[in-house]
Design a protein around this ligand. Sequence first.
Ligand code: B12
Length: 232
Amino acid sequence: MSEEEDIILSELDDEELVQQMYDDLYDGLKEEIEESVNILLSRGWAPYKILTEALVGGMTIVGADFRDGILFVPEVLLAANAMKGGMFILKPLLAETGAPRMGSMVIGTVKGDIHDIGKNLVSMMMEGAGFEVVDIGINNPVENYLEALEEHQPDILGMSALLTTTMPYMKVVIDTMIEQGKRDDYIVLVGGAPLNEEFGKAIGADAYCRDAAVAVETAKEYVARKHNAMTA
Ligand code: B12
C-alpha cells in the first residue's frame, strides 16, 4: 500500500485538505474529491469558497500542466470529471440562497468547443443568484442559440469558448442576431479563458466576464438597466 492510500481525509486540517484536493483533482480521483467537499461543508465552509478555493484552484494547476505538456487529454478529462463530482454536490447548495428571481439566461458553449466546466460554473452561480438558466450544452451552432432564444425569451444570452479557434464563432452568432433584427432584444455576455474585454467589444457583445462572480454582477447590472429603460 502506498503512502497516498493511507491518508485519512477527515484527519487533515483545512489547509492540508485543500492541498490534498489539488492532488486528488490532478489525479482525477472523483470519490476523494466528493468526500473532501463534504468534509469542508461539514466544517462550515461556504459552498462558494469550496468552489473557488479548492476546485477552481485545483483546476488552475491542471490547466498549467496541460499547457506545458505535462498532462494530456485523458488525464485532464479525469480531472474534469472529478471536478464535476464536487460541483454536483455544491450545485443545490449554491442555488439555495433564496435570492429573488432576477431574470433569465440561455447559455451554451459555441460550435467546435466541448469545454463546459466554466459554463457550468457560471450557470450554477447565476442560479444561486436568482436567475433562471437554460443550459443548451456544448458545441452549439448558431441555429441552437436562435432556437433557444425564441423558445425561452431570456433577458441574457451567454456564450462560452475556451479555444482561440472557436471564440470567433461568437461573432457569427451575434452577426446573425443583427441580421435578423434580434440583437437588441438580449443582453449578450461572453466568457472563457482566451477572451478579453477588447474581444468582447470587437464582436459586439455587451460585456466580457472574466469569471462566474463577475458574470453574476454584470448580469444583475445589465438586467436592472434594461428594466429601468423599459419603465422609463
Ligand atoms: C479541462 C480542459 C479540457 C477538457 C474539457 C473537459 C470539460 N468537460 O470541459 C478536455 C480534456 C476535454 C479538453 C479538450 C481540449 N482542450 Co482543453 N483545457 C482544459 C483546461 C485544462 C481547463 C478548462 C477549465 O475547465 N477551466 C476551469 C473553468 C472554471 O474556467 P473557465 O473555463 O475559464 O471558465 C471561467 C471563465 O472563463 C468564465 N466563463 C467561462 N465561460 C463563460 C461564459 C459566460 C457567458 C460568462 C459570462 C463567463 C464565462 O467563468 C468561468 C468560471 O469562473 C484548459 C486550460 C485553461 N487554462 O483554461 C484547457 C485548454 C482550454 N484546452 C486547450 C486545448 C488545446 C484543448 C484540445 C484542442 C486538446 C486536444 N489536443 O485535443 C481539446 C479541444 C476539444 C474541443 N473541441 O473543445 C487549450 C486551448 C488553447 C487555445 N489557445 O486555444 C487550453 C487553454 C490548454 C492549453 N494551454 O493548451 N480540455
